[in-house]
Design a protein around this ligand. Structure first.
Ligand SMILES: Cc1cc2nc3c(=O)[nH]c(=O)nc-3n(C[C@H](O)[C@H](O)[C@H](O)COP(=O)(O)OP(=O)(O)OC[C@H]3O[C@@H](n4cnc5c(N)ncnc54)[C@H](O)[C@@H]3O)c2cc1C
Ligand code: SF4
Length: 545
């Protein structure tokens, strides 16, 4: 069956804050000058927000510029930040530290980013953006000159064996004069574009963290609306970067999450279990006792900062938001920079599309705009903080204080980043970690957690976690690293199973549990796993993460 095709001026891949800000700005410009400019946005989640997982405390700087009357328009920013705390945990104590200025949240809002995204979607639709949720861009389309001319959505109804089933429907080609990739952290199509156009030629490798989050409804007597707490220290050792966040938002809810830098070295470490253990700390457990866990999920985030931002444009397309890596690590905030990058891209694209005929074009002006914007300033002053933790927690804290208070981010040097998958130690050189069993009160196992992420995939489809060499998990990863995929996957997708005699190990991939966090694509020490989009609409269904 032939694929149908549809033509637009601009196609945007990804309905997160960056994709939606791009779409809104493009249509605002078109409406203001009464021009025709068709903008289509596709999102792999079953609806906008279904795959959005964030903290989130957000700065409104980009939103103020994009939709100055957001309050009157009912944007779901209902909880102003009231109190910031930064705490160092030992196994039994919680010691208050000075709150670093980057973590001062005065003027910011605690939100469900999923709900903000849904609201941004309604604003985009009002302006005439055509939004198609439930459609995953599976393939980049190129013209004869090698320029991007659009994307194709994945075929539906392909069985496990790769053959069409009775429900087969071919994907659709979405063709555009400009295609904008807003796929978020570790975008699957972006990964191919970075290689094809050699976009990382002047950048350090990107580095990442995994963020695991739960949403709780707690005892109203313990709830402190607007209160924010970040912790470092226990249960992580001091060579591992990471910590927790706890945000008290509306309706007696608390967003609690744990981020672990994916440059962790011990293959026995399990980010999921570190998070569960964190909640059993004597200063944390009482917050959740008597409460109810409502939702669970996980997502990777960029930690490379300025040094790792690739070139942003190529013939026919460009990158916005986290897929390019604009998150400002010391603040753990990327929403405002993601949105601003989208707005800058929209302005640059609009300029070209309204002055030139035809296409596709390379909109090189976008990169200049980003470098001249406050996004770049923020990334510049923050650039040395995350890499200073390569030497451990205490060195990182000491250097960050000097960098922030004395050097003010203007040091004449820039620390380098290294790829996360390169740094895993061999199991034989590492100490196994013994994690406590979940108590079912504040700590839980993976399967009951995945259950409340409402993850759902069509079962009869090819596995969307592709192994370049199917022998590597058992021949390399198991003997050398004790199969770390069993532990870093927060959804229990990877299991080493054996026969009744405990022999003949093999890797079982429970792909239907995947919450699309992208950690396996990043951390596999052999770089043998490639995450590709499953059928559109599959994956988590986060209500308000
Ligand atoms: C645990 C955690 C805590 C965070 N805390 C904060 C915080 O407190 N404050 C803050 O400002 N930021 C925070 N961030 C960062 C913030 O969430 C991101 O910077 C922001 O979401 C980036 O927006 P984006 O649009 O670039 O990407 P995303 O929000 O990731 O959106 C990308 C969208 O594209 C879709 N998509 C991807 N590939 C395809 C495809 N091929 N086809 C169709 N659709 C596709 C995805 O489903 C997704 O909806 C946090 C992130 C994490 C993980
Ligand atoms: S399979 Fe990979 S992308 Fe899916 S949840 Fe596990 S680590 Fe994340």
């Amino acid at each position: 069956m032939e694929r149908e095709s549809m033509e637009f001026d601009v196609v945007i891949v990804g309905g997160g804050p960056s994709g939606l800000a791009t779409a809104i700005r493009l249509r605002q410009l078109a409406v203001a000058s009464e021009r025709d400019l068709s903008v289509c946005l596709i999102e792999k989640g079953s609806e906008l927000g279904a795959h959005t997982l964030s903290g989130a405390v957000i700065e409104t700087r980009a939103l103020d510029e994009l939709i100055p009357d957001w309050k009157e328009r009912g944007a779901p920013l209902n909880t102003p930040a009231t109190q910031d705390r930064f705490v160092f945990l030992t196994e039994s104590k919680a010691i208050a530290l000075l709150n670093p200025p980057q973590m001062n949240n005065h003027g910011n809002y605690i939100v469900s980013l999923g709900n903000v995204v849904r609201w941004l979607g309604s604003q985009a639709e009002e302006l005439g953006v055509e939004i198609f949720p439930g459609f995953a861009a599976a393939e980049v389309l190129y013209d004869d000159s090698g320029a991007v001319r659009g994307v194709a959505t994945g075929d539906m109804g392909i069985g496990k064996d790769g053959a069409p089933t009775g429900n087969y429907t071919p994907g659709v080609e979405l063709l555009a004069r400009q295609t904008i990739f807003a796929e978020g952290c570790r975008g699957s199509l972006t990964k191919g574009l970075l290689d094809r156009f050699n976009l990382k030629r002047d950048a350090d490798p990107q580095t990442y963290g995994i963020g695991i989050k739960e949403l709780w409804e707690i005892d109203p007597a313990k709830h402190k609306l607007g209160s924010i707490m970040h912790t470092v220290g226990w249960p992580l050792d001091t060579e591992t970067y990471g910590g927790s966040f706890l945000y008290h938002l509306e309706n007696n809810q608390v967003a609690v999450g744990f981020v672990v830098g994916l440059d962790y070295k011990n293959p026995y470490l399990s980010p999921f279990e570190e998070f569960q253990r964190f909640k059993t700390h004597p200063a944390i457990r009482p917050i959740f006792e008597g409460g109810r866990r409502i939702a669970y999920g996980a997502r990777a985030l960029n930690e490379g900062g300025l040094q790792s931002v690739p070139h942003l444009t190529f013939p026919g397309g460009l990158l916005v938001g986290d897929t390019a890596g604009f998150l400002v690590v010391p603040k753990i905030k990327g929403t405002h920079t993601a949105m601003k990058s989208g707005m800058l891209a929209a302005e640059a694209v609009y300029e070209v599309l309204t002055t030139e005929e035809g296409g596709p074009f390379e909109v090189s002006g976008y990169e200049d705009k980003v470098k001249a914007s406050w996004v770049w300033d923020e990334l510049y002053v923050a650039r040395n903080i995350r890499p200073s933790f390569h030497k451990g927690l205490w060195a990182g804290i000491a250097y960050s204080a000097i960098d922030t208070y004395l050097l003010r981010g203007r040091a004449p040097w820039t620390f380098r980043n290294h790829a996360d998958h390169d740094v895993l130690r061999k199991a034989a050189e590492s100490t196994p970690i013994s994690y406590p069993k979940p108590d079912g009160v504040v700590s839980f196992d993976r399967l009951s957690s995945v259950f409340i992420s409402n993850t759902n995939h069509e079962e009869n489809q090819p596995i969307h976690l592709r192994l370049t060499d199917p022998a590597v998990p058992i021949n390399v990863n198991l003997p050398l690293y004790d199969a770390p995929e069993q532990r870093y996957c927060p959804a229990g997708v990877y299991e080493i199973v054996t026969d009744d005699a405990g022999q003949s190990p093999r890797l079982q991939i429970n792909a239907q549990n995947c919450v699309h966090c992208k950690t396996c694509d990043i951390k596999d020490p052999s770089q043998n796993i490639t995450w590709v989009v499953p059928e559109g609409g599959g994956g988590p269904n986060y209500p308000n993460m």
